[in-house]
Design a protein around this ligand. Sequence first.
Ligand SMILES: [Zn+2]
Length: 487
Amino acid sequence: MSGNLADLVTYALKCCELRGADYADAKFMDTHIELISFKNESLESMNRTKKRGIGIRVLKNGSWGFASTNELTRDKVTELAESAVKIAKASSLVRKFEIELADEPIYEDTVKTPVKKDPFEVGIDEKIGVLQECTNRAKSYSESIKVATSNFIARKDHLVLHTTEGTKIDQLTIWSGGGVASTAIESGEVQTRSLPASFRGDFQTRGYEHFEELNLLEAAEKTAKESIELLTAKKMVQERSTIILGHSQLALQVHESCGHPTELDRALGYEAAYAGTSFLTPDLLNKNFKYGNELVTMVADATVPGGLGTFFYDHEGVKAQSNLLVDKGIFVGYLSSRETAKTVGLERSSGAARSMGYDKIPIIRMTNVNLKPGDWNFDELIADTKEGYFLDTNRSWSIDDIRMNFQFGSEICYRIKNGEMTEMVKNSTYTGITPEFWGSVSGICKEKEWRVFGTPNCGKGEPGQAAYVGHGIAPTRFENVRVGILN
Ligand SMILES: [Zn+2]
């Protein structure tokens, strides 16, 4: 199949060159998504979508043109190339600056996510069986569990990307995962617990084996038990305190306060109208700007095994890389594309431009934005904390346009007293200012506590594209944080 497609993609590029394109890339993408969700006793949704087509991006007179179709014929592709070149020419009449691309080596490669079990080969009945058992277990735990949900999602993207520079990539990426949640309601009080993470669960660029390893049946019972306990837990009081963030909450913290602000299109103001800008402006790059303290090192790593933002090549044909964003507290890098890298004078794109379908242009997306592990055992970090809170699993979030002031709420929280986790606390929130917050880190757990969490629904772009991205983290302690606001 790839042979014929590769011919069509090559033909598309020839058409663009004949019509005077200065540069062009053509991508065929075939995207399969399977989403199954259960709510209480019922199958809430079961969607299997397949979307395939070709998208052509052309650079002419310093401006982009893009066109796409799901009709995979030479006639249609000829039309498409014409249209992409025309759009680029028209755009160049109103352009503010000339687009140039950072250099990238040429690659010819065929690559595939290593999977033990292709999630699309596993029968629907098996998946439904697991999901149904999850909600049954949660519901039967107590009559106060009014809503129990469970999810399975898998996605497969086949990309055939050729560029007029000579790059030819054939890449198949596969991911899967899921999650469970229980909501307990009594006397008007509502509490929800989700595992292994909120927003549908945890996902990895791996096969069905990842879904199996999540052990959702056990997790379902735990969500039921903890949501009931939360109903009668004490409310968090407003104070300044030490906090330790667990994996799932920290993944969101890194996503919102490091991932988004280091997207270079955002920092350059290209995304301002829709998703906001960034306090990490290019004039601060490599200027000793303190993003956090010396314990804080963050990388964008598209090569970490299993990460949901792991791939071999991005959708501009740039090879997957690991790049420092924050080095011992200092802001040193961006997530970039070939165009944005050139704009700020970087030698090379960081390989973070991806499109979520054949009909979308590649934009800058997080890969796996990871916090490097530290040197604490989790038990020792708790034992070393005289007064504080342990918070996990995001419940609510709010962060300003430049990603500076934030307030997050977590589903679960435990009070730490004299080095021990004590009672459960509900309605936990914390607030901070990004560089101050990351400047207050006083301990990060070590490698053995470090793991990659995947989120499948990071929204950006106009028209919107929901990207799948990852975060490698280990529980981390922060000092003198304002907690319990708005309770
Ligand atoms: Zn996001």
